[in-house]
Design a protein around this ligand. Structure first.
Ligand code: ATP
Ligand code: MG
Length: 736
């Protein structure tokens, strides 16, 4: 690669892989070789080669973009990295001298110091660590495939290691390391001050060559990473044997360790003199080495190629322990401090007891790890803290939701669980006894069902449900009270096993289901029928079986199935085999639940298509409660309750008018009407006011807002549909 191309690249937006040659012809520039280093990056340097192919306008564009403040810190950092890379290439190709390269590096370090050292999160590079993290995540899969051929056994046979071992012996024989020696490994690696291996990690003094860990070759003939793509291998290969001796770390090494983290010396780019003189561009100890090290390492060393283990240590994967050789772990952690600088920063600070700099993302990760460690290891957590998906509607348990074992509650306050064996460790814990009733159920399904238990969510009271007094009273009678007093509700008074809530859409059927969940004190499973039928093709009936099995272990239990018509629709010839099997299994289970008078499992189904429910299922859902459109009183209740939370100027008469005008509206329609009206005061503002107006300056919601809301909100249930519900209710419903 010629410097020409490098310089041309410098003028392009960083990070874009536009073919270099594609740029030049378009611009009609001569494709001459040998750039003028003096013009690389627009900096004046000591050497002035003969050719210059930098297009001035390109350079100016780039330069002004970076310095004008229109670039983000991330873009600036990209630009910086790109420039460093260009210089390295030029130097590696002998197109500029080391002195020239050193000077260029120095200039760039000075030029970019404002963004590198800045604490300002908007103009500095603090947030750049986030970008690196993202990049690293993206690269993880690919780079994980790479495996070093070096092992702990063959690494000692490497010539470079042998040389360094010998050199180490020599130095050790002089009894002490030079005072200004620089250790370039950290904790694990620097433990190598054991006889035979000591100087693997200790450099010669300043002025001499500085070493990378394991890069003995560099020590002997001057570092040239560009010439030695294998240097990253040697970095890695030297680690295991050194680690073995970590417990023999002498104090001197330990103190030297501190230098490891603070310097940039792990990236020797120049010959000895240049290395020393260029220390200023090595972003030394007081820099925010998290970012800087990352930048510099990425530019100088193919850092990501050093090992996948580094990345594992970097992320602290949940399954790391199972895949990482224990003896390697400290080394991986230590190496990651070099390549994954923010983790190094963290380690260092934690070791020294000083709270260290962390990006928000880092902190979140640490917090999640801590949180997760304190919880039972039930839910498999993905490598990055993601959570395995569960099926169905009840996702409210969340990633760290409370663990509810599939056993009856056994303390004195709860009922019906005495016959179950304890299963506190969860279905997948091999050490704990499994409930007899779960023996034939796949643990994976038990696990999935457990996710469907709704044990929290916004509380819903009976008062929140306007109207439907008969349905509410019936539900209290057959659900809540028997759950609370099973001793009274026995024999003929025993609760039914199935309830069907049917009625037009938006009348509060799901709301009632949530209310039962909150008020009954039972374990509440909320499963949408479609999740059983669509997600679990072929396994749906097993899921149904598992559902009832787990519910039996969790008594008293309520299984709420929303849109139950899709699960229990009429059986017919064109029906899919799998859905037929699910339906059959469901009916069997409903019967099974019915046969045991001890069982306290209630199935509550909700539908707005009751006519589609299979007759066998209909029979089993013995209480079929019509949830009609809200009457005038219920509509008034909804409006009053919603408006009581808002700034509103409605008087009684106006509310009555609204109630009258909303005849035929469902509960959901009423809610929508109120939402629409509440936007009226905002709409009446001038658009320019919205940015500056104070909340208390917004006028109250008035009747005129409802009047305009009535123009856009219409009833969602047609009178024809209503007739169908009425007819079905008269035929099959249990209402009065
Ligand atoms: N009786 C009611 N009292 C108060 N609010 C209600 C009532 N009915 C409906 N709503 C409002 O309408 C919203 C939708 O209600 P819900 O989801 O329970 O209807 P649904 O009967 O289940 O409808 P669908 O048959 O379409 O599933 C509720 O969140 C609530 O805000
Ligand atoms: Mg619903």
């Amino acid at each position: 690669m010629g410097v020409t191309a490098s310089v041309a690249d410098t003028a392009r937006p960083a990070g874009r892989n536009v073919p270099r040659r594609a740029l030049r012809p378009g611009r009609g520039r001569p494709a001459s070789r040998g750039a003028d280093p003096a013009s690389i990056g627009g900096l004046s340097v000591m050497e002035t080669p003969t050719h210059s192919t930098v297009h001035l306008s390109d350079w100016q564009k780039s330069y002004f973009a970076i310095t004008s403040g229109t670039c983000t810190p991330g873009q600036k950092a990209d630009e910086y990295r790109a420039k460093i890379l260009r210089i390295q290439y030029a130097w590696a190709n002998s197109e500029i001298s080391q002195v020239c390269a050193a000077n260029l590096f120095k200039k760039y370090a000075e030029k970019y110091s404002a963004i590198i050292d800045s604490d300002n999160i908007e103009t500095g590079l603090n947030n750049y660590a986030e970008n690196i993290l993202t990049l690293a995540k993206c690269q993880q899969n690919d780079s994980d495939k790479w495996q070093s051929a070096l092992t702990t056994d063959n690494v000692f046979e490497l010539k470079c290691v042998q040389e360094r071992m010998q050199a180490g012996k020599n130095v050790q024989s002089s009894q002490m390391a030079p005072a200004d020696a620089c250790v370039l490994a950290d904790k694990g690696v620097s433990a190598s001050a054991t006889p035979g291996l000591p100087k693997l990690s200790i450099c010669s003094s300043a002025g001499e060559t500085e070493l990378c860990v394991g890069s003995a070759k560099h020590a002997s003939r001057g570092p040239n990473l560009m010439e030695h793509p294998s240097s990253s291998k040697s970095l890695q290969c030297s680690v295991p044997p050194v680690t073995k001796t970590s417990d023999t770390l002498p104090a001197s090494s330990a103190s030297l360790n501190e230098q490891v983290h603070t310097g940039f010396q792990t990236t020797p780019l120049f010959g000895s003199k240049e290395a020393t003189s260029s220390s200023s561009l090595q972003m030394s100890s007081n820099c925010r080495d998290g970012q800087n090290l990352s930048l510099s390492n990425q530019s100088a060393i193919p850092a990501w190629s050093t090992s996948s283990g580094k990345r594992k240590a970097f992320y602290g994967l949940a399954d790391e322990g199972s895949t990482v050789i224990p003896s390697l772990a400290p080394c991986q952690a230590s190496i990651s401090t070099e390549t994954s600088s923010f983790s190094g920063n963290k380690n260092r600070n934690e070791e020294s007891g000083v709270p260290g700099f962390r990006t928000a993302k880092e902190q979140l990760w640490v917090d999640q790890q801590k949180k997760y460690q304190n919880l039972p290891q039930r839910t498999p957590v993905s490598s990055y803290g993601g959570v395995k998906k569960s099926l169905g509607a009840g996702r409210s348990r969340g990633p760290f939701g409370k663990f509810v074992p599939p056993v009856p509650k056994q303390d004195g306050n709860e009922n019906g669980g005495a016959q179950c064996k304890p299963h506190a460790g969860g279905p997948t814990d091999p050490l704990l006894p499994v409930d007899e009733r779960l023996k034939n159920i796949e643990p994976k399904m038990v696990e999935l069902i457990m996710h469907e238990i709704m044990d929290h969510g916004p509380p819903v009271n009976w008062d929140d449900i306007a109207g439907v007094e008969f349905a509410k009273a019936t539900i209290k009678e057959i659900v809540v009270w028997p759950m609370l007093r099973p001793d009274i509700f026995t024999g003929l008074r025993g609760p039914p096993k199935g309830i069907l809530l049917f009625g037009p859409p938006g009348t509060g059927k799901t709301l009632i289901g949530k209310c039962i969940a909150c008020q009954s004190g039972a374990t509440f499973f909320s499963i949408s029928a479609s999740s059983l039928t669509s997600k679990w093709v072929g396994e749906g009936e097993k899921m149904v079986r598992a559902l009832f099995a787990v519910a039996r272990c969790q008594q008293p239990a309520v299984i709420f199935i929303d849109e139950i018509d899709s699960l229990l629709s009429q059986r017919g010839d064109g029906e899919h085999e799998s859905s037929r099997r699910i339906k059959t299994e469901f009916l069997v289970q409903l019967d099974g639940a019915t046969t045991s008078s001890e069982d306290r499992i209630l199935v509550v189904g909700a539908t707005n298509r009751p006519q589609e429910i299979d007759e066998a299922a209909r029979r089993r859902l013995v209480k079929r409660l019509y949830i009609p459109l809200p009457e005038a009183s219920a509509r008034r209740q909804i409006v009053t309750r919603l408006m009581s939370k808002e700034h509103c100027s409605l008087n009684e008469e106006e509310i009555e008018l609204i109630v009258k005008k909303s005849n035929g509206f469902s509960g959901a329609d009423m809610t929508q009407l109120c939402r629409e009206a509440s936007l009226g005061p905002i709409r009446s503002l001038q658009s320019m006011d919205i940015a500056t107006i104070m909340p208390d300056q917004v006028r109250p919601i008035a009747f005129l807002d409802f009047e305009s809301a009535f123009r856009t909100v219409r009833p969602s249930v047609s009178s024809k549909d209503l007739e169908l519900y009425e007819t079905w209710n008269q035929t099959f419903g249990c209402g009065r």
